[in-house]
Design a protein around this ligand. Structure first.
Ligand SMILES: Cc1cc2nc3c(=O)[nH]c(=O)nc-3n(C[C@H](O)[C@H](O)[C@H](O)COP(=O)(O)O)c2cc1C
Length: 241
């Protein structure tokens, strides 16, 4: 492939107060929770399109953009997906998952039943593209596919949150059935299935905690500690809603 032309970076919207901007985004992301009880309230296709377009802005190895997002709204297809997912999950919870795994999942209160796969107005099935299929490609190779698609999914979840929608990052195991039901070509492998919509009126979420900053951040070679020079109190990891 010939080298790209270069254009000036468009960064004109950089905030005047980056600390406040970062704080505002943090506050919004803190409220993102995995939801397992959905309302059937519809969501406009245009909202879903913008959320998927946001995912498509993610960086990717050699700009291969090795992702495909299948937005499912047809009730018959959703029912098929639910039936297939529940069959796999029945085996998973029935013993295919390790004991440690099942113990770790106990806090989530999950089981093999997946009604949200029919209730949520949309399911976004995310596929990783294992062979570049873009017209005009220089090669079929793709690079850092899991990293690239993982980052894209992160942006998708954030975009949904910003739009006031809730999501579930669902990984029925294994999920080969998604390629079959959705008639995807051989080079696409299922990555994650994301029900997206509004929460049910009586929606509750597990009262779990997030690790505090001093548990996840290290500066230079030090032990994990709050950043030196910061005088603000660390925000609480789990603000009351
Ligand atoms: C890669 C990945 C796979 C997940 N798979 C499932 C799943 O199959 N079923 C489910 O109910 N939750 C699943 N989750 C959701 C996690 O349980 C959830 O993110 C975690 O408990 C933290 O809760 P929070 O998202 O509300 O912060 C998954 C999350 C990730 C990132």
């Amino acid at each position: 492939m010939k080298p790209s032309d270069f254009a000036p970076l468009d960064n004109d919207d950089a905030p005047e107060n980056p600390k406040q901007a970062a704080q505002d985004f943090l506050e919004s992301m803190r409220r993102r929770r995995t939801v397992r009880r959905f309302s059937d309230r519809p969501v406009d296709q245009e909202v879903i399109e913008r959320i998927i377009a946001t995912a498509g802005t993610a960086p990717s190895g050699a700009n291969k953009q090795p992702w495909r997002f299948v937005a499912v709204r047809d009730p018959d297809i959703k029912r098929e997906i639910r039936t297939a997912a529940e069959a796999e999950e029945r085996l998973f919870y029935g013993g295919r998952a390790s004991e440690d795994w099942r113990n770790d999942l106990r806090a989530m209160g999950t089981n093999h039943e997946k009604p949200f796969l029919e209730t949520a107005p949309w399911l976004i099935a995310v596929f990783k593209v294992m062979k570049d299929d873009e017209p005009g490609r220089a090669s079929d190779q793709v690079y850092y596919v899991n990293e690239s698609v993982g980052i894209a999914v992160g942006l998708l979840l954030a975009a949904a949150r910003v739009a006031g929608l809730v999501t579930l990052t669902h990984t029925p195991s294994p999920m080969k059935f998604l390629g079959r039901i959705l008639a995807r070509p051989e080079q696409e492998r299922p990555f994650i299935l994301i029900p997206i919509g509004h929460p049910a009126d009586d929606c509750t979420v597990p009262a779990i905690t997030r690790k505090s900053l001093d548990r996840i951040m290290v500066i230079d070679r030090g032990s994990s500690l709050r950043p030196r020079g910061s005088t603000d109190p660390l925000p609480s990891p789990n603000p009351p809603d």
